[in-house]
Design a protein around this ligand. Structure first.
Ligand code: FMN
Length: 448
């Protein structure tokens, strides 16, 4: 008997900051006005997507002491945006990225439980572990948490938040107007937590929410991050959207689950993915090339190279060859608040490899950044894109994708109108929501 087809999960990442977003496109709108968020959410819901996703950035990034200007517009407060979106959507899940380093479990649990109530059970929390002192300065905390402790705090943060969510079982409120009894259990919401990072005690003041707990996402890539996901998350937001790296990542994290007494279907793998559609595959390839050149201007290319070189490269010609000076490997970084800096763990080796590739292909700095940076993942006609996405999911490179269009807020519309119907025809994507909560959409069990 052949294996039944997996159902694809689809989500929409609001394209706020970063050079993925082509703000200079004449079709681009505001990254902060509510009408943009509302348009984007309504498109995702019209297409029956599982959820909308917001990333988080808590400080404007800097390069050589100057702010990275693409950061300025795109990251208003997560709970404010998601609460407003709850009011203009009915079924779409609402996933917010909130770090476990600069917050406190009580306040985050309260915000997510409230969002779950307001949205009728559609809240999800992407737990990230930002730790750098540069971000911490905004909280007067600086580098209070050493990098090696961020996952121990994250784990205890989530465990504590779960204790708070579970401090109500959902049957306490009687509210009987005849007898005058409001609460059945005088201990409702009582909690005590004493641990390495948190020592708190009191009453949680939000009654049990429709999903009991929000759906939990994780988005870190280290061994520790993957273990955290395998032990405690319902889904992973990953960066591996191509077939080979996607399958390797998928196998790795799914294999970790048994050690934590969990089944493979209890952790979904949902990479971020971009797409470019055309009337023919050739036209889509040309469009993808144009988009990539718009995303990587000469100035952006130099800034990107500075993540690795850790030197001021502003005097270099982006259309010229790569610098022959080596990266500065000292501990002071000219780029602050950038996750990429940590991605390039061996700058000398990267610089060597990039120089070789640039020379072999006769690439300029800008060509190199275009070729080695984030490419569009799904390029082609709607038929090609639908087929490729389905092939990837059926061959376990992912359980679905979190799509990041390059135009805000209308970039998702062509995918909703042209690709989704094809996936529906193939019987691999829902034609309507079957349940009301995000757990229903994702096929996740209710929390124990
Ligand atoms: C796909 C992906 C998306 C992420 N998104 C965010 C984000 O929106 N905000 C944030 O502060 N950190 C984000 N992070 C950073 C992680 O939370 C974490 O701090 C970083 O990956 C380092 O952890 P690691 O060593 O386990 O990878 C993201 C990481 C990944 C892999």
């Amino acid at each position: 008997m052949s294996k039944p087809l997996k159902q694809i999960h689809l989500a929409a990442h609001f394209p706020g900051v970063n050079n993925t977003t082509v703000w200079s496109d004449p079709r681009a709108g505001s990254h902060i006005e509510f009408s943009s968020f509302a348009h984007f959410a309504r498109t995702a819901e019209r297409a029956k997507f599982d959820f909308l996703f917001l990333a988080e950035g808590l400080r404007l990034r800097e390069q050589g002491g100057h702010i990275y200007d693409l950061d300025v517009v795109g990251r208003p407060d997560t709970f404010t945006v998601l609460s407003a979106l709850a009011a203009v959507t009915e079924r779409l899940g609402l996933t917010g990225t909130i770090n476990s380093t600069f917050n406190e479990p009580y306040e985050v649990a309260r915000q997510f439980a409230s969002l779950d109530h307001l949205s009728g059970g559609r809240a999800a929390w992407n737990v990230v572990t930002s730790w750098d002192a540069f971000t911490g300065e905004n909280f007067r905390r600086g580098g209070f948490l050493p990098q090696e402790e961020r996952y121990s705090r994250a784990k205890e943060f989530l465990a504590t938040a779960n204790e708070l969510f579970d401090s109500w079982d959902g049957n306490e409120i009687v509210a009987d107007q005849e007898t005058g009894v409001f609460l059945r259990d005088a201990k409702a919401g009582a909690f005590v937590h004493s641990g390495q990072h948190f020592d708190i005690e009191g009453r949680f003041n939000v009654p049990r929410s429709p999903q009991g707990r929000p759906v939990i996402f994780q988005a870190g890539d280290s061994d520790e991050g993957r273990e955290f996901a395998a032990s405690s998350a319902d889904a992973i937001f990953s960066r591996y959207a191509d077939l080979d790296t996607g399958r390797a990542f998928y196998t790795d994290v799914k294999n970790r689950l048994a050690r934590h007494g969990r089944r493979p279907d209890q952790l979904l793998v949902l990479p971020a993915a971009t797409f470019v559609l055309g009337d023919t595959d050739e036209e889509a390839r040309e469009l993808a090339h144009d988009v990539r050149r718009q995303q990587v201007s000469g100035a952006t290319a130099l800034k990107h190279l500075e993540f690795v070189w850790n030197r001021d490269l502003s005097s270099y010609d982006p259309d010229g060859p790569l610098p022959d000076v080596d990266p500065d490997v000292s501990d002071t970084h000219i780029s602050k608040g950038r996750a990429q800096v940590r991605m390039y763990r061996d700058p000398l080796a990267i610089a060597r490899e990039w120089r070789e590739r640039a020379e072999a292909n006769n690439w300029s700095i800008r060509d190199l950044v275009i070729e080695t940076g984030n490419r569009q993942n799904f390029i082609g006609t709607p038929e090609t894109v639908a087929r490729t996405i389905n092939d990837y999911v059926q061959s376990d490179a992912a359980d679905g994708f979190i799509l990041v269009p390059h135009i805000t807020p209308t970039g998702l519309d062509p995918f909703a109108d042209k690709v989704v119907p094809l996936l529906q025809e193939q019987g691999v994507f829902r034609t309507d929501y079957e349940g009301t909560t995000l757990r229903d959409h994702l096929g996740l069990d209710a929390p124990a």
